[in-house]
Design a protein around this ligand. Structure first.
Ligand code: AMP
Ligand code: MG
Length: 425
């Protein structure tokens, strides 16, 4: 009996059992890759100044409150609101001066005002600061036309961070904001997960490195450069195996070595079922456990996800746009999970179509888009770049995002709501 050939538009009916031979929906394939990821579990201690872009390996609790003491939010005069009795204007003797960094803890008499500057500690018993623009100073007195409210321009101790609270959770990316918070709470060094190691292998006998001369039938290797650039994260370390020709024994030796020394192995090319496509054979002979063989996406239907020994393996298609989309959508979230990041979700935002497009339904399609204008709600009105061909590079070079067309969406018209995912930003 001939095996049934499933047309693209019926794929959805066949893709939900989750067996590796099935064509899986994108979200399921991505979830299987994340589930197969084993987070690194070795910790490195790093000076805070070198920890930017790394991933915290521990929950960090603040040893101090922020602010540590009540302090002035303005240059002006510290007062006690209870001294503003009867009706104004109110005139007070200026009893002293407190610049930022003054640690004297001096006390000042009631019914007086104290010249104070931004960040300087509020003197005991003084509960408000009147900004200098709202005061009239003459010699050693200052006059206020309005009665201040208690707490005005007073940055209260602990209003930002309370001592003992968690400022950064394990698995968080150490962003500039978090690094600043850690610095402000006095943290001098942090525990980060060691950098995860990812191997890159470009398969294809036709490939040459840019900068060299091309022979007949040869092309330049662009996938290696895409992936190096897309993986230039402080939490990743690249083992670049360069180009490996379409020879199964050589590919096998390189993949085996890469899987031994790296946490993740990425190959491009050779993942279809042509005579010169050797990845499946190599994976079988290396006893890979395969989770995903085909994904119901365009571009990039053949994309292999599995494990070889302790390494997570991604066999991406050779065509550049297909390699880029499958990397971003299927591989990257699982690579982030391997690195120890707790938030690995692909981010997206709502947009509006500025184009018409008819297509064969059945697969999730990733269309390269950009935008120059927004609608009245501020949503980007996106234009399609090229035809989303898996071999084209020019559209992806100009793309700010990919529009995600769900499997059942057959026609897209201007004004229709679309979901867009940032493209390698
Ligand atoms: P394959 O998946 O090996 O059948 O390759 C599909 C297409 O992608 C072929 O036209 C290859 O020449 C091309 N290709 C494969 N690898 C690369 C690469 N690293 N850079 C640019 N193009 C590639
Ligand atoms: Mg090939």
């Amino acid at each position: 009996m001939q095996p049934e050939i499933i047309p693209d538009e019926r794929i959805a009916e066949f893709c939900c059992s989750g067996m590796p031979g099935d064509v899986l929906p994108v979200d399921i394939a991505g979830a299987k890759a994340i589930a197969a990821a084993v987070p690194v579990n070795e910790v490195e201690r790093l000076p805070l100044i070198e920890a930017s872009g790394r991933i915290s390996a521990s929950d960090i609790a603040s040893a101090i409150s922020l602010p540590l003491f009540d302090n002035s939010a303005m240059d002006g005069y510290a007062v006690r609101t209870r001294d503003f009795t009867e009706s104004g204007p109110w005139r007070f003797f200026v009893s002293g001066r407190i610049p930022a960094g003054d640690g004297s803890g001096r006390r000042f008499p009631p019914a007086s005002a104290v010249r104070i500057f931004t960040g300087a500690p509020l003197p005991a018993g003084f509960d408000a600061v009147v900004m200098q623009e709202n005061c009239q100073r003459s010699d050693d007195t200052v006059t206020f036309a309005a009665k201040p409210t208690s707490g005005q321009n007073n940055r209260r101790g602990g209003e930002d961070v309370s001592a003992g609270s968690t400022t950064v959770a394990a698995g968080s990316l150490l962003t500039p904001g978090r690094i600043a918070l850690l610095a402000a709470t006095g943290v001098g060094d942090v525990e980060a997960w060691r950098r995860m190691r990812v191997a890159l292998i470009s398969t294809g006998s036709e490939l040459r490195e840019p900068g060299r001369k091309l022979g007949p039938g040869q092309i330049y290797n662009s996938n290696r450069y895409f992936l190096r650039s897309a993986l230039a994260y402080p939490w990743a370390e690249i083992a670049d195996y360069g180009i490996v020709g379409d020879d199964p024994e050589t590919i096998r030796a390189v993949v085996r070595d890469a899987a031994r020394v790296c946490d993740v192995v990425i190959t491009t090319g050779g993942v279809s079922v042509g005579e010169e496509d050797h990845m499946m054979d190599v994976l079988r002979r290396e006893n890979a456990e395969l989770e995903v063989l085909k994904v119901s996406m365009r571009p990039g239907k053949p994309v292999t996800v599995g494990t070889i020994g302790n390494a997570l393996f991604f066999g991406l298609p050779g065509n550049p746009y297909a390699a880029a989309v499958t990397f971003s959508r299927i591989a990257l979230p699982a690579i982030k999970a391997t690195a120890g990041l707790s938030d690995v979700a692909t981010s997206w935002m709502p947009a509006v179509s500025g184009f018409s497009y008819r297509r064969k339904p059945g697969r999730t399609e990733y269309v390269p888009v950009t935008w120059a204008r927004r609608d009245t709600d501020g949503k980007p009105v996106v234009e399609m770049l090229g035809r989303g061909s898996s071999a084209s590079l020019n559209p992806m070079a100009s793309a700010r995002a990919t529009a995600v067309l769900p499997p059942d969406m057959a026609s897209i018209e201007p004004g229709m709501p679309l979901r867009i995912e940032p493209f390698c930003e």
